[in-house]
Design a protein around this ligand. Structure first.
Ligand code: 8YV
Length: 308
């Protein structure tokens, strides 16, 4: 099976693949024209749509490195009988850890304090209001999307003494609230839904306005789930605070956010630990190897999709 990959993926599992070629640039141009011999694409965040698929008439599988596959037009793949796989499960803990790290960093003014120390602005006094945070224990976390990662965040938050509320499409369960109720009731909101047509712009200006004064938004999911312009307005006003790992137009970050003390910014690193990235490669490779043997890949995005 001939694989076209957008990069070498981290870890020893990658070397189990024998026939790999690398893109010379961004798709579709990076494919270098029509590629009839390519059976599989291994990608991470590249846009895979009809225009790109046209270049690969023999393609059998698009294997995505990551759990979120919003960059892939799954409908277009399905229409051509091309399987789509992702790497769920192995990045749950790392992503949940980052959500908590951002929560703690925002609530306890970690970045503001770190900068002050580095820049020699710490004068040894104990009454600097810039360093005065908010208690994490005793506050309420509202989790939007209660799948694998949302539930892992709930476990961690409970260990910090937080009350946990949740909203998911599947109604009910402990702490379930309607979305608007959740946004109004929680002190901190953390997003853990995939980006789909239903969740694009889910937190629009009117929903952001429901957040409590002094409330905090954590986003380790996808930037486009939030109306970014409306979020920037709320953050510039200082009414709320945020920990953001994802943005609407990555790697661009709204300029207005860069100097704000009420925001902590990270560069889409939810799954970025050596162990997790290697485990993601293992899953990616297992999907590709299964497709190569003409078996059903373990992580088909559409369970009803035909094995290639
Ligand atoms: C990135 C992610 O895909 O799994 C996801 O959905 O957003 C991340 O794991 C991965 O970090 C590569 O950038």
């Amino acid at each position: 099976m001939k694989i076209l990959a957008s990069r070498r993926f981290l870890g020893p599992a990658w070397d189990e693949l024998s026939d790999v070629e690398y893109l010379s640039g961004l798709l579709p141009e990076g494919a270098g024209g029509d590629r009839e011999e390519i059976d599989a694409l291994a990608v991470v965040g590249e846009r895979i749509d009809d225009e790109t698929l046209d270049l690969f008439p023999s393609l059998r599988i698009v294997a995505n490195y990551g759990v979120g596959y919003d960059s892939i037009d799954v409908g277009a793949c399905a229409a051509r009988g091309i399987a789509v796989t992702n790497t769920p499960g192995v990045l749950t803990a790392a992503t949940a850890d980052l959500a908590l790290a951002l929560l703690l960093a925002v609530r306890r003014r970690i970045v503001v304090g770190d900068l002050a120390v580095r820049e020699g602005r710490w004068r040894g006094g104990w009454a600097d209001p810039d360093f005065l945070g908010r208690d994490v224990g005793g506050s309420t976390l509202g989790i939007v999307g209660f799948g694998r990662i949302g539930q892992a965040v709930a476990l961690r938050a409970a260990a910090f003494g937080m009350g946990v509320l949740q909203h998911s499409r599947r109604r009910g369960g402990e702490g379930w609230r309607e979305l608007d109720q959740l946004l109004a009731e929680a002190d901190v909101i953390s997003l853990h839904v995939p980006l789909t047509t239903e969740t694009r712009g889910l937190l629009d200006a009117s929903r952001l306005a429901l957040l409590r004064d002094g409330g905090c938004l954590i986003n380790t999911a996808r930037g486009q789930i939030v109306d970014e312009e409306a979020l920037v307005r709320e953050l510039v006003s200082g009414r709320i605070e945020a920990g953001l790992d994802v943005f609407a137009h990555e790697p661009e970050v709204p300029r207005e956010l860069v100097g704000l003390p009420n925001v902590v910014l990270t560069p889409h690193v939810g799954s970025a630990t050596a162990e997790t990235r290697e485990a993601m490669t293992r899953v990616l490779v297992d999907n590709l190897l299964a497709a190569g043997r003409r078996e059903r890949p373990p992580n088909l995005v559409y369970p009803e999709a035909e094995a290639p």
